[in-house]
Ligand binder design. Structure first.
Ligand code: MG
Length: 287
């Protein structure tokens, strides 16, 4: 199943995505974001939803499926070819040739204020950066809380999966010698178009593509992750309780703008479209 948050007039609603009928089956108005479905899943009567009011997808303004109460966890350099292109780009502070692949996952975060939905504009923040880049990523949505989660039980804590674009100001990432400031500008985390529940796909075999203005830039499979999802959950939850609605962005494949010489940063009017098999397509324009 897939659940979307959407706006209907001034109302925020949640819908079960019916892709065959190109509509959203609206849940009870007490469900206002997908986080409510995560927290009150037992109250969702999937069978009766088939009779629920249908909102045509083309008429629904999709919102980010959820906004966590705290920062989004993100993983850097989690595909081999991307780790190499980043290291060789001149934009990784402290990069050491021959040491592109980390021994432990590199985890950073983006504040919830970065989150926007499918179709929302993303600001290029031209007054503070001239090097905005895209990063297509599979994101894990946590359902069951837990700390010190062992790898073998990690998937029990996953509620579903969505797509994020981990938009990055490369000059700020390089100049400040850490990642937070370059990753945390307002609107820098498009998320959506919805969340696919964990039972509906195999997260270790999903095709990820990213197109910029229709040109293929990134193509990979989540089976290529250096640190797989159980490892990420085990690492992040060590001494840190993961909570329902927490989001973990699992890292981006090769093909980002700094992988080109010269780098191909985003410009006003550019459209970035990220697709992940089993989930859908997240599209945003930059301005
Ligand atoms: Mg990233």
């Amino acid at each position: 199943m897939k659940f979307a948050s959407f706006a209907q007039g001034d109302d925020r609603r949640v819908g079960l995505v019916d892709e065959e009928a190109h509509c959203l089956r609206s849940l009870h108005p007490s469900f206002r974001t997908v986080l409510d479905v995560i927290l009150r899943g037992k109250d969702v009567d999937a069978a009766s939803l088939e009779q629920a009011p249908a909102v045509p997808l083309r008429q629904a303004r999709l919102l980010a499926p959820l906004v966590p109460t705290r920062n989004i966890f993100c993983v850097g350099k989690n595909y081999r070819e991307h780790a190499k292109e980043f290291s060789g780009s001149g934009y990784e502070a402290g990069a050491v040739k021959g040491a592109e692949i980390d021994e432990y996952p590199a985890v950073f975060s983006k504040p919830p204020s970065t989150i926007v939905g499918h179709g929302d504009p993303v600001s290029l923040h031209a007054c503070v950066t001239s090097a905005v880049d895209y990063e297509a990523e599979l994101a894990v949505v946590i359902g069951k809380p837990g700390s010190n989660i062992p790898r073998e039980r990690a998937y029990q804590h996953v509620w579903g999966y969505t797509i994020v674009n981990d938009v990055t100001a490369r000059d700020r990432q390089r100049n400040h010698k850490q990642w937070f400031l370059g990753k945390s500008l307002d609107t820098f985390c498009p998320m959506g178009p919805w969340v696919a529940t964990a039972d509906s796909l195999d997260p270790e075999n999903l095709d990820v593509t990213c197109h910029v203005n229709g040109e293929l830039r990134q193509r990979a499979n989540t089976g290529e992750l250096i640190f797989d999802i159980p490892t990420l959950i085990a690492s992040i939850s060590s001494g840190l309780e993961l909570l329902p609605g927490d989001v973990i962005a699992t890292g981006t494949p090769a093909g980002v703008g700094i992988g080109f010489a010269p780098p191909r940063f985003l410009n006003p009017g550019d459209e970035v479209e990220i697709s992940i098999s089993g989930i859908g397509t997240l599209k945003n324009s930059f301005r």
